[in-house]
Write a protein that binds this ligand. Structure first.
Ligand code: NAD
Length: 358
């Protein structure tokens, strides 16, 4: 077996249909008394219900979370927490709201309880992002890791089906990259493989029965495993491409992950055979990149960069940006091959072996 070092992350997970009812108990458990509830404007209704259920343990509601956490929003939320004498924050929502909670924790040490309502997985990672003057910077800091995560599939029933599909594929991408990470280890690989299995089996059912709580439960289970994998090991070319395309070309987060995943997997197909075999087995297919692409096609998920807002003239710049300061990747990062990958993704071709040259 390959040698490894593994730092398990702390954090408590409470999972189950109706688990939200334990929020009061969980706030008390971390020794807090006054929670500031965070949400996006779109999820204010859900956040209000939660705030109301907390009674006097709720210090207030801050509903201005937006994608990519502008520093101004983080500052305003921190000041609001101080003004209201909040001693913890409860982030109800997807990666944007959890990201706001992390930005508050980074400079105030306020403990965060996360209640994820998408499958993005941020709640399980010590990774934060902040946007200042149009530039997004990311970092890792143990202080931003939520103390407690409550997964309640009932809260995901309102996530629209197209976003549910791309968000779950975002989660699958965390799992696929964890399998060939530089610091991969046997425990995280088990979680990643099981995550792919849970997401792969429940996605086709979601399309037919979006209100089936067992299906939603299975998806959230896969998302938890995916987030845990993302938080525990480093990521490679798939995430580098998605950060570049999302950050520099403003493409929607989960759509970009969906379009890029089969092509990034194809890029690494020959260099990471064991990871590909495990991903394929989890999906019950013979080839992981092709299996993922076919799954996406059957779900009606976006398959082309073109349809999610990318301009063909920007592909050269995107390839350059994504290869400038590469993350570790099992296959060496070559500009020509990455440009070819982006071309395949732009046009939504079947993920073939990529043989571009520098
Ligand atoms: P999001 O949080 O931006 O949510 C998208 C939209 O869906 C929002 O309007 C939100 O209010 C709404 N929504 C969420 N859940 C809903 C529900 N159950 N019902 C109805 N509407 C709902 O999207 P996301 O994909 O979860 O997160 C994307 C952001 O998270 C990006 O900025 C990304 O960089 C970040 N992220 C960070 C990490 C990390 O580890 N730091 C991991 C994954 C994603």
């Amino acid at each position: 077996m390959k040698a490894f070092a593994y730092n398990a992350l702390p954090g408590r997970v409470v999972f189950g249909t109706g688990a939200l009812q334990h929020l009061q108990r969980e706030i008390e458990r971390i020794g807090a008394k006054r929670a500031l509830v965070l949400s996006t404007p779109q999820q204010r209704g859900q956040a209000e219900d939660i705030a109301r259920s907390l009674g006097e343990r709720c210090a207030g509601l801050y509903d201005r979370a937006v994608m990519h956490v502008p520093v101004e929003t983080a500052r305003a939320a921190r000041e609001e927490a101080k003004r209201l004498s909040a001693d913890c924050a409860v982030a109800v929502g997807g990666g944007s709201t959890v990201g706001l909670g992390k930005a508050i924790a980074l400079e105030s040490n306020l403990p965060i309880l996360a209640i994820p309502t998408t499958y993005a997985g941020s709640e399980m990672t010590p990774i934060y992002g902040l946007t200042e003057n149009g530039q997004k910077r990311t970092g890792r800091d143990a202080r931003v890791l939520p103390k407690t995560v409550i997964y309640d599939p009932l809260l995901t029933l309102s996530l629209p089906v197209p976003l549910s599909i791309t968000s779950a594929l975002n989660a699958m991408a965390h799992c696929v990259e964890a399998l060939y990470a530089e610091d991969a280890n046997p425990v995280v690989s088990l979680m990643a493989e099981e995550g792919i299995r849970a997401l792969g089996r429940s996605l086709p059912k979601l399309k037919a029965n979006p209100d089936d709580i067992e299906v939603r439960s299975d998806l959230l289970y896969g998302a938890w495993l995916a987030g845990a994998a993302l938080g525990a090991v480093g990521m490679s070319i798939h995430h580098k491409l998605c950060h570049t395309l999302g950050g520099s070309f403003n493409l929607p987060h989960s759509d970009v992950h969906t379009v890029i995943l089969p092509h990034a997997a194809a890029y690494n197909r020959a260099a990471a055979p064991d990871a590909m075999a495990r991903a394929a087995a989890a999906l019950s297919v013979s080839d992981a990149p092709l299996g993922i692409w076919e799954l996406e096609k059957s779900l009606g998920a976006p398959l082309t960069l073109k349809e999610i807002g990318m301009k063909e003239v920007d592909l050269d710049r995107a390839a350059r940006l994504a290869t400038e300061r590469p993350y570790y990747n099992p296959r060496p990062i070559e500009l020509g091959a990455i440009r070819a990958l982006l071309d395949n993704a732009f046009h939504g071709r079947k993920p073939a072996e990529i043989s571009g040259q520098d």
